[in-house]
Each structure stands twice: as structure tokens, then as C-alpha cells.
Design a protein around this ligand. Structure first.
Ligand code: PLP
Length: 426
């Protein structure tokens, strides 16, 4: 049988033989006693080591402006660090807040405050609306979905395209439905599809008429600088686009150093229009007398300037790009031309999105688990954890060492082939 022959073109006898072959390969896989994990979008120890000099910083506790970073105050975050990341995110330092160690927490706070108090342009708190809905491009980031679900905010899915969310579908939904209050966009190297939101899509989202006066774009730029190739995508300048379209308060940008320095001890950022930053800090002030400015200073000293961040990210690229290349090699060699799977080949970010034969994703994850390979649960990238086609699997190759990536992926393709053979054999 040709390696490139689509399985869907095989006769019943050929499928039966193919299934037997894959069953044998799977039994061998199972007996090899693997214990591997492709679930976690986490930096590896080798990546974390790139930032170990942070452990010796800061060298002083007084910043350039004479601020004693040991003390309370400075709610918006240390000026020098905001200057560095403002340049990288294409915003003004006054528009940027440097916070604690998690941008997801900043997203949660924003959503809570919109719900409890309403935003700068809300007629009333979202909790007083009869219904609040949010657009979720799929596949997307599971924690966006669970956060919305925790607040009872209904999710309306639109397809994620290689150019970002399907802008025409979004525009149609928001035009006449005032219950739709926002959309989540991961603009650069999206989780999990690796899509990059184009300037055109960003401009459409920034300018489209919305029935809700306080419609928000949660622009989660978690992978803004996380390039895998020299072809470095530049995020669209959503704040300027929205401002030019007369919707200055529509976008809120989020980013962090979680996958730049230490995932558990980095710095989260938020950027928005001046009134929206004021609104945000006003609510923050009820629960904080200032962020961890020592950590801000440590990061500012470590990077020095924006170029320091870019240089540092090239170090990450050198470590993880070979792992992504290995994932591609195995998928191409083992599944290419079989007509049962397609996958992304991202130029940045942390994930590969694999679509297997519809109706087999759950089976693939189960087979992998029984063979000692942990995969993200099927459906995890969809609201309520339900992929209507049971087709999508998120692969995260950054954390395991290279040999483990190879072994895990060899196992995954065996499971994909077996599940497809079972399905085709009926
Ligand atoms: N946003 C996206 C799209 C992510 O994939 C992740 C982590 O996986 C986060 C946010 C979490 O960010 P942080 O560590 O800054 O809370």
C-alpha cells in the first residue's frame, strides 16, 4: 500500500488489513511503558534557565526616577518597565499598566468589574443586563471559555481563520444584537491554531458597528513576541485602529512575560485608552496599594530596553523551534497524504492544532492515555469543552525534552491512525 494513499479510498479488505497493522503497532507502543506529556503550554526548564540572571536582580531598589521600589505606591507599575513594553506593544507608556504575575488575572478583574460596575461607556453594569454574550473564536483558549462560563456569560462561536476571527461573521452578529458585549482575540500566534490576525481583520473588528455601546475586544496578545522563525509577525495596532474609527474604548490589550522570563514570576500588562486605564486603576485601587515593583525593576534591569526583549526571545526560539520542526516531520511523514488529518504549521506561539478524522479526537486522546501519553482533552479548545465535530487536538511541544517530543509524537500518530482505521472499518 502506498504511504500516501488516502485511507478513505481503500476497500473494506484493505481497511481491515490496515486496522490490524495499526492494532499491532499500538500494542507495541503500549508495551513500551511510556510516560509522556504533550498537554502543557509551559516553557521548559531550559527556557527558564535563560532568565536565571533575574535571580540576582535587582542590583538596587531605587529606580531611575528615585522611586523606592520596596514601598507601597505606583499603582500603574514601574515607569522604566512600562517604557520598554510600551515600545514592544506599540502603545504609549501612559496607556500601559504593569501588574502582577498574570495577565489572565487582569482579564478576570476586567470582566468582573464590567459585570459589577459597567465600563466607561456602559449604560449599566453588565449584571443588570437581561443577558450578556461574548464571541469566542474557535478553536480558542480554554481559560477564556471557563472564565466566561463562571460568570454565566453565554458564548457564541465563530471560526478562527488563518487571518484571525472570521470578521464577516463577527460583524453580522454584533450589528443587531446588544447582548453581545465582547469578543476574545488572541491576535498573534493564537492558542491553539497559531493564527495571526491581519491588519484588515483588526481594522474590521475595530470599526464595525455594534449594537452594544460598550462592546469590548479582549486583545490577548500572550504570544506577541514568541516567534518560531525569522519571519516575525507584527501585531496590528488595535488601539490606534479603534481610536481612528471612533471607538477608542473598544479594545483592551493584555500581555505578559509569562513565557518570556518565568511563567510563575513574570509581569502581566494591560493597555487601553486613557479613560479606560483610569477606570481600570480606579477599581484596582480598591484592592491594591501598588504592585510588586521590585519584580518590575528586576525585569527592567534584566532586559535594559526593548531590543533586550527581542534578543531574549531569539534564545527561546533557538530552543523550541527544533521541537516544532520535529512535530511537523512526524506528522508529515506518518499522516501526510492519508486524508485523515490536517494540522497547523505555526511560525510562532506554543501550539500545533491537529484535526483528526471527525468523530475520532476523543478516541485518539483515550488511546494515547492508555499508552502513557497525556494529551489535552479533546474539545478543550471549544466552549463548554465540546468540539461539535470531535476532531481537534491541541499539541504542546515546548515543555518535554526533544527525545520525549519525538517519542510522544510517534505514539500520537499511531493512535491517530488506529482511531481512523477503527472508524473507517465501521
Ligand atoms: N492567554 C493565552 C492565550 C494563553 O495561552 C495563556 C497561557 O497559556 C495566558 C493568557 C496566560 O497568561 P498569564 O500567564 O499572563 O496569566
Amino acid at each position: 500500500m502506498s504511504n500516501a494513499q488516502p485511507l478513505t479510498e481503500l476497500s473494506a479488505d484493505e481497511i481491515a488489513a490496515f486496522r490490524q497493522e495499526q492494532q499491532t503497532a499500538y500494542e507495541t507502543l503500549k508495551s513500551s511503558g511510556l510516560k509522556l506529556d504533550l498537554t502543557r503550554g509551559k516553557p521548559s526548564a531550559q527556557q527558564l534557565d535563560l532568565s536565571n540572571d533575574l535571580l540576582k536582580l535587582p542590583t538596587t531598589y531605587v529606580d531611575e526616577a528615585g522611586v523606592d521600589t520596596r514601598n507601597y505606591g505606583g499603582l500603574q507599575g514601574l515607569a522604566k518597565l512600562r517604557e520598554i513594553f510600551a515600545e514592544l506593544l506599540w502603545v504609549e507608556p501612559e496607556q500601559l499598566v504593569a501588574g502582577g504575575n498574570s495577565s489572565l488575572t487582569m482579564m478576570r478583574d476586567t470582566l468582573y468589574w464590567l459585570t459589577l460596575f459597567g465600563g466607561v461607556d456602559s449604560p449599566r453594569p453588565w449584571s443588570q443586563e437581561e443577558k450578556v454574550r461574548f464571541i469566542t473564536p474557535v478553536p480558542g483558549y480554554d481559560r477564556h471559555h471557563t472564565l466566561l462560563e463562571s460568570l454565566g456569560i453565554e458564548m457564541v462561536s465563530v471560526p478562527m481563520t488563518p487571518d484571525g476571527p472570521d470578521a464577516a461573521a463577527v460583524a453580522e452578529l454584533v450589528a443587531n444584537d446588544p447582548t453581545i458585549k465582547g469578543i476574545w482575540v488572541v491576535p498573534t500566534y493564537s492558542n491553539p491554531a497559531g493564527a495571526v490576525c491581519t491588519q484588515e481583520v483588526a481594522a474590521q473588528l475595530a470599526s464595525m458597528p455594534t449594537a452594544a455601546p460598550d462592546f469590548k475586544i479582549f486583545w490577548d496578545n500572550a504570544y506577541a513576541f514568541h516567534h518560531l522563525t525569522k519571519d516575525e509577525a507584527k501585531s496590528a495596532d488595535i488601539l490606534s485602529l479603534a481610536s481612528a474609527a471612533g471607538n477608542p474604548n473598544r479594545p483592551i490589550i493584555f500581555a505578559s512575560t509569562s513565557k518570556i522570563t518565568f511563567a510563575g514570576a513574570g509581569v502581566g500588562f494591560l493597555a487601553a485608552s486613557a479613560p479606560q486605564v483610569k477606570w481600570w486603576l480606579g477599581h484596582l485601587a480598591n484592592g491594591s496599594i501598588g504592585p510588586d515593583k521590585l519584580n518590575h525593576l528586576r525585569h527592567a534591569e534584566f532586559f535594559g530596553d526593548a531590543e533586550g526583549v527581542r534578543r531574549h526571545m531569539r534564545g527561546h526560539r533557538d530552543i523550541i523551534a527544533p521541537k516544532f520542526a520535529e512535530v511537523q516531520r512526524i506528522l508529515r511523514e506518518k499522516l501526510g497524504g492519508k486524508g485523515i488529518a490536517s494540522w497547523t504549521d505555526p511560525i510562532g506561539g506554543y501550539f500545533v492544532s491537529l484535526d483528526v478524522l471527525p468523530g475520532t479526537a476523543t478516541r485518539v486522546v483515550q488511546l494515547a492515555k492508555e499508552a502513557g501519553i497525556a494529551l489535552t482533552p479533546a474539545g478543550a479548545s471549544y466552549p463548554y469543552g465540546t468540539d461539535p465535530d470531535d476532531t481537534n487536538i491541541r499539541l504542546a511541544p515546548t515543555f518535554p525534552v526533544p527525545e520525549e517530543v519525538t517519542a510522544a509524537m510517534e505514539g500520537v500518530v499511531t493512535c491517530v491512525l488506529l482511531a481512523a482505521a477503527e472508524k473507517l472499518a465501521g
